[in-house]
Ligand binder design. Structure first.
Ligand SMILES: [Zn+2]
Length: 503
């Protein structure tokens, strides 16, 4: 059966519908056409019903489905009773209704509005109401797929190798994996992090391929959202992350919501820890990582610290002296903070408008085990004991003091490929793991921009993503997706970067 065309004139059904046929359909419990794949249970019942009834096409009803009105990204709650239990979507108008029994909201909607095709949002079974019989048809598979996209290992293996272009219902092209995300109110901080995480290949593949029924809601909703981002058969070329945000808002006790702009770094840190725990991860040790999150993001840094004593010599000469005791800690990390050089207080006439620049490798020297930092009476130095397959860098741009948050606009420059991390990693680790190449390619870059408008200064976060299949770069700010030249990547105020180890 061919995919049903969108029926612009729903009322044509009334005219073409033969009453006798309608009666015979009402009497039937199940419909033929078993070509769609369903669970074994369904298959048995349908086969049984096919024996009893003469197969009749359900095309008349299916033709009333309006795919352009269907949007399954929103919270599945009944539009009348607001319950989230046993919710059905009307495939004619796209609204959600509870139940399908003779006193349910879906049942009344079918009677009152003459809309007959429904899908159960959790079981993905299709029904004709008010008769309440199940329809199994290959013509409905595209709808089931949009609600919950599924992937085979072969399809996943191609995602980063074969460039792909898909077309939405309006025939607009989009690249699966590089689609816009709805900014409901102020959730661009959330969107850039979701985009970034959905490009961590092992995590993405894990979410695309596994069944998370019975897992914590945060994992289920993240998996569905990432599947939608990579959907090659989407009805529309963007995704609304609303259901995932709802769960995040609940779990974070409203700290992270769609209503208020937040620091994306604080959010990614919270999210990674929450996902680690939700996936059964344990407290971190130097031993094996206990979740896919720690496996991909966690490294260890050796931090040496020394107290600085201050005393006066010969009456007026102040001397700073390091304490003899050097304390050494091995600290796990999920991201590395890089400190920008302080902005010069005074710039001369010619340099007044020049934005300072610094190379990324210069910032990474913080972790070479030699450079020392002095902060609040302590002298400290850091050395990376190891690095994970995915490195997150945080450029510390915002300094809070008692009165306001000051931003450092220094531009960080970096290569897009083959960033050599070996000068910052302990030799012992590199020698013990000769197969690990300590070089990284940039995968995602979260950029900050301050926008001045009549209402004052506001923040905008956008993300630049590498498509490994085509080696093209995309810049995404909420719903706006544009292909950009790789030369553009170094120009913005980079805030968070995701680097992937070469293998
Ligand atoms: Zn309807």
């Amino acid at each position: 059966m061919a995919m049903s065309e969108v029926n612009e004139d729903k009322h044509s059904l009334k005219r073409s519908f033969n009453e006798e046929e309608a009666d015979s359909m009402r009497k039937r419990e199940k419909v033929d056409n078993v070509s769609g794949s369903t669970s074994n249970d369904d298959q048995t019942t349908i086969n049984a019903s096919v024996k009893k009834h003469k197969p009749i096409s359900s095309d008349l009803y299916l033709d009333t489905i309006n795919r352009k009105l269907l949007d399954f990204d929103f919270e599945k709650v009944c539009s009348v009773s607001l319950t989230n239990l046993s919710v059905y979507a009307c495939l004619v108008c796209g609204r959600y209704f509870q139940g399908r029994g003779p006193s349910s909201h879906a049942y009344f909607h079918a009677l009152n509005d003459n809309h007959h095709v429904f899908v159960n949002c959790s079981t993905l079974k299709f029904y004709i109401l008010p008769e309440s019989y199940q329809v199994v048809s290959s013509a409905l598979q595209d709808i089931a797929y949009v609600i919950k996209p599924t992937y085979t290992r072969e399809e996943v293996a191609k995602l980063d190798r074969i460039p792909q272009v898909s077309y939405d219902l309006m025939h607009k092209p989009y690249v699966p994996g590089f689609v816009g995300l709805n900014n409901i109110q102020s959730n661009d901080y959330f969107n850039v992090i979701l985009q970034l995480l959905s490009h961590v290949k092992p995590l993405r593949n894990y979410l695309l391929l596994n069944n998370f029924d019975g897992c914590p809601h945060i994992i289920q909703r993240l998996a569905i959202t990432v599947r939608k981002i990579w959907n090659p058969k989407a009805f529309k070329g963007h995704v609304s992350p609303q259901e995932l945000i709802h769960e995040v808002t609940l779990l974070s006790h409203k700290k992270y919501s769609m209503n208020e702009q937040k620091d994306p770094l604080e959010f990614v840190s919270w999210l990674l820890n929450t996902l680690h725990v939700s996936l059964g991860g344990k407290k971190s040790t130097m031993e094996k990582p206990t979740s896919i999150i720690h496996y991909n993001f966690q490294g260890h840094v050796r931090a040496e610290s020394q107290k600085i004593r201050q005393h006066t010599e010969n009456g007026d000469h102040v001397v700073f002296e390091g304490d003899r005791v050097i304390k050494t800690d091995i600290v796990p990390y999920l991201y590395l903070t890089l400190n920008l050089p302080p902005r010069p207080l005074f710039q001369d006439e010619f340099e007044g408008n020049i934005i300072p620049q610094v190379e990324l490798v210069k910032l990474l020297e913080k972790y070479n085990g030699v450079t020392t930092q002095e902060l609040s009476g302590m002298r400290r130095r850091f050395h990376l004991m190891n690095t994970p397959p995915y490195l997150l860098f945080h450029m510390k741009r915002f300094m809070k003091n008692n009165y306001f948050t000051e931003r450092n606009p220094t531009i960080v420059t970096f290569p897009l490929d083959n960033l050599d991390m070996s000068p910052f990693i302990d030799d012992a680790f590199l020698k013990a793991h000769p197969k690990i190449i300590p070089r990284y390619n940039l995968i995602a870059n979260v950029v900050y921009e301050s926008v001045l408008s009549a209402d004052g200064e506001s923040h905008v976060f956008r993300v630049q993503l590498r498509n490994s299949a085509s080696n093209k770069w995309y810049q995404i700010q909420d719903l706006y997706v544009e292909e950009i030249s790789s030369d553009m990547i170094n120009l913005g105020e980079s805030l968070i970067q995701l680097w992937e180890r070469v293998h």
